[in-house]
Design a protein around this ligand. Structure first.
Ligand SMILES: C[S@@+](CC[C@H](N)C(=O)[O-])C[C@H]1O[C@@H](n2cnc3c(N)ncnc32)[C@H](O)[C@@H]1O
Length: 244
């Protein structure tokens, strides 16, 4: 990201060129909208949406909360949780540095996705940028945020494609054809911090249950370590109004 006063800071993902499609393309207008951004990280999307006219409330873990680490019995779970908390402190610091550099008015609330506080109040749009794959219970995370969301939800995630190594593991266990693929491979104890690949259809089913029955799926390419990777975005519109 380009940080005013600091210049270009490199990261694993470079969403600068494709950010519009990452956020659902022309079908979503952020101007004047109150947005709840799930998994704000160091704020690249926060400040981008703010520049598009949104009033953003970010939401993320801090060092007081635990990441949904995969509890592989052969690994030291407590040690991994602790080192992740140190990592979260750095990410949170990045957010505040960016916040200041961008002269931002965005807010951020810290907690786990499963307990989004009612006190945030109602929002027009909720975004889930590459976060559901990291969650043990993605449905509960959606439910927790969408109970406050009046109009639109934007979910961006990685597609369900066979990954070398994982497919071998799958074949051995004879588990195939799921629309939601369970990533943890206990024969290699990886990944420790990701759980799922979903087809866009899976996300559409989740959203439909929660009252967002009108959905549109788009596919786009983003840069990961300077190489193009395909992602998808599901934009869901609320068809069952929020109870008063
Ligand atoms: C891969 S980053 C995505 C950042 C950004 N939304 C984007 O699309 O570029 C995932 C974010 O979700 C947050 N996260 C992961 N698990 C979480 C949880 N259980 N509760 C709240 N936030 C979580 C992480 O701290 C991280 O900032």
């Amino acid at each position: 990201m380009d940080i005013p006063g600091y210049g270009l800071v490199k990261g694993e993902w470079d969403l600068r060129v494709g950010v519009k499609s990452y956020l659902g393309g022309d079908s979503v207008n952020f101007k004047g909208k109150r947005v709840l951004e799930m998994g704000a990280a160091s704020g690249f999307l926060t400040f981008t949406m703010e520049k598009m006219g949104a009033d953003v409330v970010g939401y993320d873990l801090s060092e007081d909360f635990d990441w949904d680490i995969v509890p592989f019995a052969r690994l030291d779970y407590k040690e991994i949780l602790n080192s992740r908390r140190g990592h979260l402190r750095k990410i949170n610091n990045g957010f505040w540095l960016n916040h200041k550099a961008n002269n931002s008015k965005a807010k951020i609330v810290f907690g786990t996705v499963y307990n989004v506080p009612e006190e945030i109040g109602k929002v027009d749009i909720a975004t889930f940028g590459s976060i559901l794959l990291h969650l043990r219970d993605p449905f509960l995370a959606l439910q927790s945020a969408l109970r406050l969301t009046r109009e639109t939800v934007i979910v961006t995630d990685l597609p369900l494609t066979e990954v070398k190594g994982r497919s071998i593991f799958r074949r051995r266990l004879n588990v195939q054809g799921a629309k939601m693929d369970f990533l943890p491979d206990y024969t290699k104890q990886v990944p420790i911090d990701a759980w799922w690949r979903f087809t866009p259809g899976m996300i559409q089913l989740y959203l439909g249950v929660l009252g967002f029955e009108n959905t549109v799926v788009t596919h786009h390419t983003q840069l990961y370590q300077d190489k193009p990777h395909e992602l998808y975005t599901v934009v869901g519109r609320r068809t069952k109004p929020l109870p008063k």
